[in-house]
Design a protein around this ligand. Structure first.
Ligand SMILES: Nc1ncnc2c1ncn2[C@@H]1O[C@H](COP(=O)(O)OP(=O)(O)OP(=O)(O)O)[C@@H](O)[C@H]1O
Length: 356
C-alpha cells in the first residue's frame, strides 16, 4: 500500500514509518505545521510540546525521512489549527470550562486537515498512519471498525481519539498499537533511527496558557458554597475544577479548599472541601458513538472523565439534542465541564462526549 505517515519528529512516528516501510509499503511522511509564531512561547525546558517553535521538529523530520529514504512534505495547517483548536480553547476557557485541545486537534486537524491537504498537494495514498498508541479492529458481526486500547495500557491514547468516525477508522493504521513504549525505543535504537532519545510530548503547550488566551484581567470573587466571599480572582480561566494550589486565600479553614465550581455568568469561583468535588452524575453533549451503533436504551459502560482517570462503571442514557446522561455507580472526583467523557467496553472505545 501507499501510506502517508504523520511525522512529528519524535520517536513514535519515526518507528511507525520505519515498520510500515519494513513491511514493504510505500511510505510518505507528512508533518503538519501549526505554529504561526504569534505567541511569545518560552524556551522549552525538559519534555516537549505540540504547540511551539517548529524548527527543531522540521529538522528532525528531515533527518528521519532521509534516514528512512522516504519523501516527506511539511503541510501548512496553521490557519485551520487556529480557527478550530485555538478558538475552541479560548471559547471554552472564557465560558468557565476546561477544554481538551488534543481531542480537537486529532479529530479535525491531524486526521482531517493534514491528510486532506496532503492530497491537495498531489500526494495519493491508500491509508494514513500515526505513531499513536491505539488499535483499530474490524468487528465482523457489527460490520464496523472499532477503536481499541493499545497493548501498552500506560501509553494508551484512545481517550484523545474517540471522536474519530468510521471513515477515519477505516482509513487509518496505528502500527504501534501492539507494542510497548520500551519496545518502540528498542526498535529505534536497533535500527539507528536518529531520534531515539527525544522525549515524548508532554502537553499541548509548555508555557502559561495566558500566552495563548490573551484575555484582559476580569476580577471577581472567590466564594464558598454559601456565597461567603473568601478572596478575589483575576479571571475565571485561571481555574479548573479540583485546583487547590495558588488560590491565594488567607486560610483559616480546617480543611484545604478546592475549586468546586466555576460560575462564568456571575464571574465567581466557588471553593469547597475535597468531599464537595465528588459527583455521581454528569450530562454530556456532542455525543459520538464511534465503534457501535448509537444505543437505543440505557447501557452500562466504563466511563473515563480525563486522561489520568481510571474508568469507572456508569450507566449512559441518551437525551435529546445529541446529549447523554452518565450516572456513575460510585461518585467520581472532579467531573470537569469541557473535558471529554469516553465510554469503554473492556478494550473497545464505544464513543464519548463533551462534559457539559
Ligand atoms: N506535527 C505533527 N505532524 C504530523 N503528525 C504528527 C504531528 N504531531 C503528532 N503527530 C502524529 O500524532 C502521533 C501522536 O502524537 P503525540 O503528540 O501524542 O506524540 P508522541 O507520542 O510524542 O509521538 P512522537 O514520538 O511521534 O512525537 C505522532 O506519533 C504522529 O504520528
Amino acid at each position: 500500500m501507499k501510506i502517508l505517515v504523520g511525522l512529528s519528529g519524535g520517536v513514535d512516528s519515526a518507528v511507525a514509518a520505519y515498520l510500515l516501510k519494513k513491511q514493504g509499503h510505500e511510505v510518505i511522511g507528512a508533518m503538519m505545521s501549526i505554529w504561526d509564531g504569534s505567541i511569545a512561547a518560552p524556551k522549552i525546558t525538559g519534555g516537549d510540546a505540540c504547540l511551539g517553535p517548529e524548527e527543531d521538529d522540521i529538522a528532525s523530520v528531515k533527518k528521519i525521512a532521509e534516514f528512512l529514504k522516504i519523501p516527506y512534505r511539511i503541510i501548512d495547517c496553521r490557519q485551520e489549527y487556529k480557527n478550530v483548536v485555538l478558538e475552541n480553547f479560548k471559547n471554552e476557557y472564557k465560558s468557565g470550562r476546561t477544554p481538551n485541545p488534543c481531542v480537537w486537534c486529532n479529530t479535525y486537524i491531524k486526521f482531517g486537515v493534514l491528510p486532506q491537504a496532503a492530497k491537495r498537494t498531489g500526494i495519493s495514498f491508500d491509508k494514513f498512519a500515526t505513531g499513536h498508541y491505539a488499535n483499530i479492529k474490524y468487528n465482523d458481526s457489527l460490520k464496523m471498525f472499532q477503536l481499541c486500547k493499545a497493548k501498552d495500557q500506560k501509553k494508551d491514547q484512545t481517550y484523545f481519539l474517540y471522536r474519530l468516525n468510521q471513515k477515519n477508522l477505516s482509513e487509518t493504521l496505528f502500527p504501534l498499537g501492539e507494542l510497548t513504549k520500551s519496545e518502540v525505543r528498542e526498535i529505534a535504537q536497533a535500527a539507528g533511527i536518529p531520534v531515539a532519545e527525544k522525549p515524548d510530548s508532554q502537553d499541548f503547550y509548555c508555557g502559561d496558557y495566558n500566552d495563548i488566551l490573551q484575555f484582559k484581567t476580569n476580577s471577581g470573587d472567590i466564594a464558598d458554597k454559601n456565597g461567603k466571599i473568601l478572596g478575589k480572582h483575576n479571571g475565571i480561566w485561571n481555574y479548573t475544577i479540583g485546583k487547590r494550589k495558588g488560590l491565594g486565600l488567607s486560610g483559616g479553614t480546617k480543611e484545604p479548599l478546592y475549586v468546586i465550581n466555576i460560575l462564568a455568568k456571575q464571574n465567581v469561583i466557588v471553593v469547597g472541601e475535597q468531599k464537595d468535588l465528588y459527583s455521581s452524575k454528569l450530562t454530556a453533549q456532542k455525543v459520538l458513538w464511534n465503534s457501535i451503533a448509537a444505543p437505543k436504551t440505557e447501557i452500562d459502560v466504563m466511563a473515563k472523565i480525563r486522561q489520568q482517570h481510571a474508568p469507572a462503571k456508569a450507566k449512559v442514557t441518551a437525551l435529546e439534542n445529541n446529549e447523554a446522561e452518565v450516572v456513575f455507580y460510585e461518585p467520581q472526583m472532579s467531573v470537569t465541564s469541557g473535558q471529554s467523557v469516553v465510554f469503554y467496553d473492556n478494550d473497545v472505545v464505544l464513543g464519548g462526549a463533551i462534559i457539559k
